[in-house]
Structure formats: C-alpha cells, structure tokens
Design a protein around this ligand. Structure first.
Ligand code: NDP
Ligand code: PYR
Ligand code: MG
Length: 383
C-alpha cells in the first residue's frame, strides 16, 4: 500500500486526529458545583472585574488557535477551508505532542482580508495566541499586520516565520559543512509567497548579502507589475541586478531554497550551481526536485520538507517551541530576536561531531529540540 493510501485509511480509522479531554472530574454534585454552576460564577465575576484574571482561572494561557482560510494548503494551493482541516488538525496534534500547547483548528470560509481579521479578532479572547496557517500571499501579510496591530497576544504566521526559522537553522549547519560564510554566498529563493518572503528577510537579518528571489515569472523585477510586498522584496535583494528565469540566475549559486512548486528544479539547473551546492527543496508534499536526482546532479547537501527523507526542513521544528516560549513569557509579540534565537537553538542542537551531509537538522520527533527552542524564545522574549 502506498503512503497516500495508507494515510487515507489512517484518517478514516481514527475519525479525526484530535479530541477535547476534560482536566477535571464531574462525577458528583460537589465536583459539579465547583466546575459548573454555582461555583463557576465566581471566576466569571473576577474576570469581569479584571480581564487579566482569565490567565489565572481559565486555559487561555495555554490555548492557541490554528487558523486557515485554506488558500495555500501545503503546495496543494487554494483547496478551501474545509479541505484544509486535516492539516490544521495535524498542526494541533504537533502543538500538543511537542510542546504541550492546546491548539484548536479553526477554518474560515472567506478570502476577504478584513472579514478574516474581524473574525479572528472577535474570537481571540478565548486564546493566548494565534497561529495562522496556509493562507496565501499577499493576503497573509496584510492579515498578519492588521492582527498584530489589533491584538495583544502573539500572532505568528507559521508558513512565514516557522519556515524561515528552520531554513536559517539548516543553512547555518550546511554552511559549516561546506566551509562557506553566509555573507559570501549566492542564494536563490524560489517562491515569493509567504514562506519565500519571510525566509529571505530572516536570512538578510542573519547576514546574507546576495539573495535572488524568483516567482513564476522568474527574478522579481519591478518592471513585472509587482504587488507592494514583492516590490519591497525586489528592492532589498538581487544586489547585482540579475535578470531572467530561475534557469538563468541559478548559475553559480551556492544555495537553492525552494518554497514554490513540484519539480521546478531540474538536474541541469543543479549542475550549473557552484561547487558544494546546497539544495533545500521544501515544497510539500512534492519537492522542487527529489533528493536522488539532486544528488545525481552533484548537490552536496539536500533537504526537503518531508518526513521520509534525510534532513527534513519543516516548520514543525519551530512552531511548537516558539509558542511554548512565547506563552510562558506572556509575550505580546514574536519578534525577530525571538526568531533568530529559535534558529540558533535548532542549529546548535546538532553537535559538531554529529554534523554531516545527512544530518544538518535535528529530527522533528526529538522532543528535546522543542524544549531548547522554547527556552531560547522565552529568554529572548523576557530580554
Ligand atoms: N517545508 C516547510 O516547512 C514549508 C514548506 N512550504 C511549501 O512552500 C510552498 C509555498 O508555500 P507558501 O509560501 O505558503 O505559498 P504561497 O501561495 O504564499 O506562495 C507560493 C509562491 O510560489 C510561487 N510559485 C509557484 N509555482 C512556481 C514556479 N513554478 N516557479 C516559481 N515560483 C512558483 C508563487 O509564485 P507567484 O507569486 O508568481 O504566484 C508564489 O510566490 C508550498 O509547497 C508549501 O508546502 C511552505 C511552508 C513551510
Ligand atoms: C509545512 C507547512 O506548513 C506547509 O507545507 O505548508
Ligand atoms: Mg503550512
């Protein structure tokens, strides 16, 4: 049976990957009068007097919403809110399993930025944080910006920032192996959406100088009638003003980072890269190139977003620990310093004597990684 058939049967058998479990007993009238009426009125009255007490008397402190409109689900595209639910349930499982964060999947049937923002603001009181998921660019940028302005709880778009953190961590370690420095290398980011934009900005913050970003039309070019986010990206990248398609600009590149679409990187393109090429083909579930092909074409280090190959570069390594650290610190925002600290923690988790071409990034199911990420984010938040 293929993994895809097996996964379908698995989902049918479990009938949903999450459930709500009570933390208290309600098996006699005393317990019922504490947890429910009349006792429950008391915390309500206290919270009414002082809203901050919600963190004391309810689960808000540990609860986040995983919210999607279903517009950029993995690399499947705009499959709508209902069809995105299996992914959102999956993210909730990972939040709980890897960082003991209680997460609820919420899918919104709208593509309108203001309607989505208003909906999230209106339900936000229940939550200690908002994790946006699989919302396509450029709407995702506007939604995140507006929510950050309106809410005093952390808002984090996982496909942007979780992915950027993990990519930076993987790149730091890959560069140690090939003996290159981030400020001296040429990096191609293919995909100028949520993930590609945030990856580019975080790599620039981390010292990269020469990044070229491509979308479906090739190198981001102000002459291409770019939206304001791509225009901004075009201004802070491509210092040598290269032009053309991916196949043109990838020549001589040290690193390819794909957050775009299946099979868009060919063996010939990999062959045209610099010596010791690093290829992160992170589109899910089908990468820009499969690892065996990239290897045959001469890539030295290869990563994908998938669990079934070496070097899984996937935001699962970041988002549970990031929220654990942010919730514990009662952070109101997730800052660049918190993201950089998370990337450093993930990279440092791989010890020098373990680091090799097939192990540049810790395994997703190693719970110790999330503890280190949470610690690093907590410390950065407090600072
Ligand atoms: N491994 C991981 O942890 C993660 C992986 N991803 C993967 O990255 C991909 C993009 O996700 P996300 O950024 O959220 O999606 P978005 O919809 O926000 O962005 C997709 C981007 O990919 C570009 N693109 C699509 N096809 C091509 C192509 N043939 N050549 C060049 N660029 C192309 C689009 O170009 P245009 O703007 O011209 O339409 C767009 O800029 C998905 O496959 C997703 O699964 C995302 C997050 C995390
Ligand atoms: C991993 C993930 O979040 C994505 O592919 O969209
Ligand atoms: Mg996603």
């Amino acid at each position: 049976m293929s993994i895809y058939d097996e996964a379908l049967k698995f989902h049918e058998d479990v009938k949903g990957k999450i459930e709500v479990i009570s933390r208290v007993e309600v098996s006699n009238s005393k317990e019922l009068s504490l947890a429910y009426t009349p006792g429950v009125a008391q915390p309500c009255i206290e919270i009414h007097k002082d809203p901050d007490k919600a963190y004391k008397y309810t689960r808000k402190w540990n609860t986040i919403a995983v919210i999607s409109d279903g517009s950029a689900v993995l690399g499947l595209g705009d499959i709508g809110p209902l069809a995105s639910l299996p992914v959102m349930e999956g993210k909730c499982v990972l939040f709980k399993k890897f960082a003991d964060v209680d997460a609820f999947p919420i899918v919104i049937d709208s593509k309108d930025v203001d309607e989505i923002v208003e909906t999230i603001v209106k339900i936000s009181k229940s939550f200690g944080g908002i994790n946006l998921e699989d919302i396509s660019a450029p709407r995702c940028f506007e939604i995140e910006e507006k929510l950050k302005e309106r809410l005093d709880i952390p808002v984090f778009h996982d496909d942007q920032h979780g992915t950027a953190i993990v990519t930076l961590a993987a790149l730091k370690n890959a560069l140690k192996i090939v003996g290159k420095k981030i400020e001296n290398i040429k990096i191609i980011v293919n995909g100028a959406g949520a993930a590609g934009t945030a990856i580019t900005k975080l790599l620039l913050k981390a010292g990269a100088k020469n990044i070229i970003v491509c979308d479906k039309k090739g190198v981001l070019d102000p002459e291409h009638n770019l939206d304001k986010y791509k225009l901004e990206l075009s201004k802070i990248t491509n210092p040598n003003k290269e032009k053309g398609l991916l196949k043109d600009v990838i020549k001589g590149a040290d690193v390819f980072i794909g957050v775009s679409a299946p099979y868009v990187l060919t063996k010939d393109m990999v062959k045209s890269m610099n010596k010791d090429a690093i290829v992160f083909a992170m589109a899910n579930p089908t990468p820009e190139i499969f690892p065996d092909e990239a290897k045959e074409a001469g890539a030295r280090i290869i990563g994908t977003g998938r669990s079934d190959f070496e070097n899984q570069i996937n935001n699962v390594l970041a988002f549970p620990g990031v929220f654990r650290g942010a919730l514990d610190a009662r952070a109101k925002k997730i800052t660049d310093d918190m993201k950089l600290a998370a990337a450093e923690a993930i990279a440092n988790f791989v010890k020098e004597d373990e680091l090799n071409e097939n192990y540049i990034i810790p395994k997703a199911f190693n719970l110790e990684v999330q503890k280190k990420v949470a610690e690093a984010v907590y410390k950065a938040a407090i600072k």
